[in-house]
Ligand binder design. Structure first.
Ligand code: UD1
Ligand code: UDP
Length: 382
């Protein structure tokens, strides 16, 4: 029997981190020919992930440009992928999450009547403009896909509520698979400033902020809140690897440059990021991925957004929705820095997002769907 041709398509840092362990799992299976296509919606931030996981894509569309718009990303991906599909016709395309690459990847495959599998399916806020454009991207991919790999049972219920009832598998999130390979006890950072921080005596706060819906006033207010926290808490050291988006770079540097206990650094590679998180006191972020990783490492998270599509860790008590309002962010951060009881209540490890076996389940589900095995995988139970 011919091998099943499975093509993974991804383009940004978070997709790469979460698809890398899946690419490795696909490569391990004798029944599968694994093909990898990157759009390079991100360039540098994608390449560091490819290097670390030693992935050499067969196709690279190299689409990134400075200050790209949603339309340019989507149209360049669609046109580039059309050419790829003329060269090779996979049996299945796997896309991840909710970026423009994800949506364009699913749509381009659909145009060629190629089956689509959606990894990290079923996350919803039910607000079409928040996160923007991600909520609409993932909803549309939900319509286009015929296989849906939901991290949690709640994600599966979200899809069922939209009338999607076939091809659903609860697998856990692949980011937990990735996390199990990166965090080590003795880790030496490339950035000297990170080796020199006193993680025992200081309160290291890991910060990231990049979302499009936070551009403008919300990001201004978040940066003002960070300034307050740094000034009022000399015992804190804020480490902020700044996303390469020119909008984010400008805003972060304008507010935070020159504050002694704020360290604005270049984006970290994923091993450095996970190991820094494991050594931090607190995480403040608008990132999706960090909301999943930090709870697994027992680190409290303040989410710098108005909503979250990841309510599981909020329910488990390790994540709080701080919003984008100066008063609320500073109040919650002050509390976690001043009140050991409040901190203790949030600082415990929980794993609602996965058990490290998501990639195995996804691959087993693919083989089952195509009649290459008799049994579906056991669902992930948190
Ligand atoms: C994208 C995703 C978002 C995801 C984020 C992860 C969309 C619409 N958004 O947003 O869901 O959370 O990635 O980080 O798909 N840049 C570089 N080098 C890089 C990466 C980015 O210079 O390696 C700069 C470029 O100027 C680029 C800009 O950042 O134009 C913005 O990148 P883009 O992919 O459009 O948006 P993100 O905000 O990164
Ligand atoms: N990350 C990283 N280096 C950084 C910032 C983030 O490796 O400097 C990782 C992080 O650990 C997580 C992923 O990138 O796995 C999240 O990506 P991002 O925050 O850019 O996107 P989102 O998850 O919000 O879509």
């Amino acid at each position: 029997m011919d091998k099943l041709k499975v093509m993974t398509i991804f383009g940004t840092r978070p997709e790469a981190i979460k698809m890398a362990p899946l690419v490795k799992e696909l490569e391990r299976r004798p029944e599968i020919e694994s093909l990898c296509c990157v759009t390079a919606q991100h360039r540098q931030m994608l390449d560091t992930v490819l290097d670390i996981f030693r992935i050499k894509p067969q196709f690279d569309l190299d689409i990134m440009e400075a200050s790209q718009t949603l339309s340019t990303i989507t149209s360049k991906c669609l046109l580039g992928l059309e050419k790829v599909f003329h060269e090779v016709r996979p049996d299945l395309v796997l896309v991840h999450g909710d970026t423009s690459t994800t949506f364009a990847g699913a749509l381009a495959a659909f145009y060629q009547q190629i089956a689509v599998g959606h990894v990290e399916a079923g996350l919803r806020t039910w607000d079409r403009y928040s996160p923007f454009p991600e909520e609409m991207n993932r909803s549309m991919v939900g319509r286009l896909a015929e296989l849906h790999f939901c991290p949690t049972q709640a994600n599966r219920r979200n899809l069922e509520a939209e009338g999607i009832s076939k091809g659903l598998f609860v697998t856990g999130n692949t980011v937990i698979d990735a996390l199990q390979t990166t965090v080590v006890k003795d880790f030496s950072f490339a950035e000297d400033v990170l080796n020199q921080l006193d993680y025992e005596r200081k309160r290291v706060i890991l910060v990231t902020c990049h979302r499009r819906e936070n551009y403008g006033q919300p990001m201004e207010d978040i940066m003002s809140a960070l300034t307050h926290i740094a000034r009022v808490h000399p015992e804190a050291e804020l480490v902020y690897p700044v996303h390469l988006s020119p909008v984010v770079q400008e805003c972060a540097h304008r507010h935070l440059d020159g504050i002694e206990n704020v360290h604005l650094i270049a984006p970290l590679d994923v091993e450095e990021m996970h190991n820094l998180m494991a050594r931090s006191y607190l995480v403040m972020t608008d990132s999706g991925g960090l909301q999943e990783e930090a709870p697994a490492l027992g680190k409290p998270v303040l989410v710098l957004r108005k909503e979250t599509e990841r309510p599981e860790a909020v329910q488990a008590g390790t994540v709080k929705l701080a919003g984008v309002d100066y008063d609320r962010i500073t109040e919650l951060a002050d509390q976690l820095l001043d009140d050991p009881t409040a901190y203790g209540e949030m600082a415990h490890a929980v794993n609602p997002y996965g058990d490290g076996k998501a990639c195995r389940r996804i691959t087993d589900a693919v083989l089952y769907h195509f009649g290459r095995s008799d049994r579906p995988p056991e669902p992930f139970k948190s």
